[in-house]
Design a protein around this ligand. Structure first.
Ligand code: C5P
Length: 224
């Protein structure tokens, strides 16, 4: 039987990526965190396409796409993004990237640039992909679709802890503010907004541990 394609979407800091990574390990799929792609392009823009006033120069970014080479290295099922041969896993988690990523991600040119690489990774099946528009736009024919949500207080706590564990300085109020702003921009954008697919299963994990959320998702996946 063909290995399934699983789409996990939802709000920021609902645990989508860490949950998807563990599910991938448990049932032998590969995992792609698509947020890393948008963060990678944002990181590139912040390095290379900045106006005199410090804002991102979108025209310059769009005309630089041919200078961005995206590669994925399979590290035990986890697809790690390399941009121009550099592992930018740590750089893309900084506050500066978080504060700019939704602005970059709402641009049609950016979404078009990243769409095909996401789709081609799913062609052979056997993948769990997490993001905001996976079930609605990237993989509308996914075998399983889930939509994760949790209260803003719980999500703030999780992101704050994650940043501290990565050694990134953080302020809880600013973390909360950033989550609220990103969710608003992501939900209200014109192209591929953050939205539950009609056929997605909703899981509110405010009161659930990571393990309980994983078990809940796995209870829907048929043996393959
Ligand atoms: O998942 P993560 O929080 O790292 O995503 C960072 C940002 O990337 C999101 O807030 C959103 O603006 C953008 N994104 C997106 N579509 C996806 C994944 C992420 O627009 N599929």
């Amino acid at each position: 039987m063909k290995k399934p394609v699983i789409a996990i979407d939802g709000y920021s800091s609902t645990g989508k990526s860490s949950i998807s990574k563990i599910i991938a390990e448990k049932i032998g799929l590969i995992h792609l965190d698509t947020g890393a792609l948008y963060r990678g392009v944002t990181w590139f823009a912040l390095q290379n396409c900045i106006n005199e006033n410090g804002s991102i120069n979108l025209e310059e970014l769009f005309s630089s796409f041919d200078q961005i080479e995206l590669e994925f290295k399979n590290d035990n099922g986890e697809l790690v993004l390399f941009l121009n041969h550099i592992d930018i896993s740590k750089e893309i988690r900084t506050n500066e990237v978080s504060e700019n990523v939704s602005f970059v991600a709402k641009q049609k040119e950016v979404r078009d640039f990243l769409l095909q690489s996401q789709r081609s990774l799913a062609e052979k099946g056997g993948i769990i992909m997490d993001g905001r528009d996976i079930g609605t736009v990237v993989l509308p024919n996914a075998d399983y679709k889930f939509f994760l949500t949790a209260s803003i207080e719980e999500r703030t706590k999780r992101r704050y802890k994650e940043l501290l564990s990565l050694g990134i300085e953080a302020n809880e109020e600013q973390v909360k503010e950033n989550l609220i702003i990103r969710d608003k921009i992501d939900s209200e954008r014109e192209i591929a907004p953050l939205r539950k697919a009609d056929d997605a299963i909703v899981i509110d994990n405010t009161q659930l541990s990571k393990e309980e959320t994983i078990d809940n998702i796995l209870s829907y996946i048929k043996k393959f």
